[in-house]
Design a protein around this ligand. Structure first.
Ligand SMILES: Cc1cc2nc3c(=O)[nH]c(=O)nc-3n(C[C@H](O)[C@H](O)[C@H](O)COP(=O)(O)O)c2cc1C
Length: 180
């Protein structure tokens, strides 16, 4: 049964990026900002074969600084129709390989590319939203890989809720049921 649940969790995480309007397309990513949790919504861009999750961001954002100081992350996915919650925890890695960056950059739609090109850094105070300018030649695109160490599955249902903690053992996963 635990294997089946792991397969279900994997499938949901793959569907999150491959199926339009899937509940897992957007998730909450928490990083550690000088000992304080900091959360934000991000888009799931890709789920890799080892269940690493890829997100895209601007390299000047706070989350990138947080990850450089402390790679630990917690990611929360929730499907309100299925009453399914998946919490993924592990270490985040900024992707720096030029070829990989180029491959991911090609997946960004033309109209979205400007999101990674603001002339002043995201989070900088401004007087008016119209003040934001965009660079034509340069971008700050930064794909980030979230490498999971644990995946916790919780599904609320009758008669019994199901909660399982999966822990990565090299390339395999070992699961144990928890009291929901
Ligand atoms: C629906 C939605 C999707 C978002 N997707 C992303 C994303 O994929 N990557 C990203 O860097 N920020 C995304 N954001 C913005 C972040 O939530 C956040 O405001 C921004 O990245 C700055 O976060 P930070 O200062 O904590 O790094 C999204 C926001 C919303 C509301």
């Amino acid at each position: 049964m635990k294997n089946q649940i792991l397969e279900e969790a994997k499938q949901e995480l793959v569907n999150g990026h491959s199926k339009k309007r899937h509940a897992f397309r957007y998730f909450v990513l928490a990083t550690n900002e000088n000992g304080k949790p900091r959360q934000r919504t991000v888009v799931l861009r890709k789920t890799l074969a080892d269940l690493s999750l890829v997100i895209y961001t601007d390299k000047r954002t706070q989350k990138v600084k947080d990850i450089q100081d402390n790679a630990e992350f917690s990611a929360l996915f929730y499907d309100s129709k299925k009453l399914l919650q998946i919490r993924v925890e592990g270490k985040a890695e900024l992707i720096t390989d030029k070829e990989q960056i180029a491959t991911y950059w090609h997946t960004v739609q033309a109209e979205s590319r400007k999101d990674y090109t603001t002339s002043i850094a995201p989070g900088t105070p401004i007087k008016n939203p119209d003040e934001v300018g965009y660079k034509a030649e340069e971008n700050y695109f930064c794909p980030v890989k979230l490498i999971p160490n644990t995946i916790e599955y919780l599904r609320l249902k009758r008669p019994n809720h199901i909660r399982v903690l999966f822990t990565r053992m090299d390339t395999d996963w070992s699961g144990e049921f928890l009291v929901p």
